[in-house]
Design a protein around this ligand. Sequence first.
Ligand code: ADP
Length: 472
Amino acid sequence: MSNLSVELKTPITGPYTQPTGLFINNEFVEGVEKKTFEVINPSTEEVICSVHEATEKDVDIAVAAARKAFDGVWRRTTPQKRGILLLKLADLCEKNLDLLAAVESLDNGKSITMARGDVGAVVGCIRYYGGWADKVEGKTIDVNPDMFHYTRREPIGVCGQIIPWNFPLLMLAWKIGPALATGNTVVLKTAEQTPLSGLVFAQLVKEAGFPPGVLNIISGFGKTAGAALASHMDVDKIAFTGSTPVGRTIMKAAASSNLKKVTLELGGKSPNIVFNDADIEEAISWVNYGIYYNHGQCCCAGSRIYVQEGIYDKFVAAFKKRAEENKVGDPFHPETFQGPQVSQLQFDRIMGYIESGKKDGATVVTGGERLGDKGYFIQPTIFADVRQDMKIMQEEIFGPVCAIAKFKDEEEVIHLGNDTEYGLAASVHTKDLNTAIRVANKIRAGTVWVNCKSNKDANPKTPSLPHLSRAH
Ligand code: ADP
């Protein structure tokens, strides 16, 4: 053991070696300022280990490594070879699925079942982009008989990527997959709450045979390392997933530095709409999954639930029963559905929202308290009879808390659904295909699920009704 790794263990894998350095040029290194920070286990509130912290100088070093790799080797690597490397990396993630999932559960607190699902999706995502690497084509355009006019798809260059803590590995895969497949090099900063799985993943990057500097993974804080990446003059693109206020900061940093390209994926307060004619059992199952999956720590969580008046009382009673059946506790227990929230800060924020719901006079149907006295566990919480202007109906809570309100008809619920500053996702539950398509088209959201919620191919539960989803 050096000061660049530490021996840890998980109930699934037993002992394993956890890298703790910054992964730059295919090596784990200390930060220039030799700073470290503690990583907390959200189930116990105890320190798991310390990792090295990247500061501005380390960001410079990582960006220089990515630039050198881009100019020197990666842009001369054939698309086929890029694809093969990504496919190898996907294979290695599959081979190490248990380890990656266990580290994710340890550090983030998500249940081992969900973590395994996440890593399965990581494998699928990297494989998918590996398949794309040699299928990126330009066009020829007939502009003039005397001219040959064509477009060529070229890599952007060095991509900075900043990810949040709710899906540490999956976010990483979503970001690096398309960037590497299309010939870019990357400096990715993990979230300070959850740096561990990215460092285990980094070992696999080296093992897969990626040239040094192509993918650099650094641990560090937003205001230092993140800000340095977003405003770096030699970073050509910044991709960010996280909170809306930080998204604004990133865009400003890009604008006031080198006008780098920006992609942002920010918050949500997604409506989940249940009509009188819905299959109520199915709807409850998906509404429950939609809000409590990943402890409510999802940007597309179905946190606003609108139920038509004909089934409102029946729905609320049955949903209460369902939510109370969710197993909350030790993430490593195979039956656990909900683990702890990720950090003290998130725990306090969520408890603050619960207090505000109570104070504003919403009805607590179930939950509303912390669970136990150690770890950041919160009871699955349902507020009913929530007015549209209450904070818990307007603001993103990012926890296991939902707000239910009654609606009369389609026109009213479209108005309520669209009365938000977000537009990420939505869900409609009805057996009438005409209603489903009309509402899906009128709700202003990037993704609308019909008769399901947050449904992905990697879901552990296979529902019985056919599902549609409409993406803009
Ligand atoms: P949350 O509030 O859910 O923790 P944040 O948006 O604060 O989400 O964090 C998401 C990611 O953005 C993390 O990797 C964090 O370090 C990073 N981050 C936070 N603040 C900044 C900033 N000012 N500039 C760049 N990155 C930041």
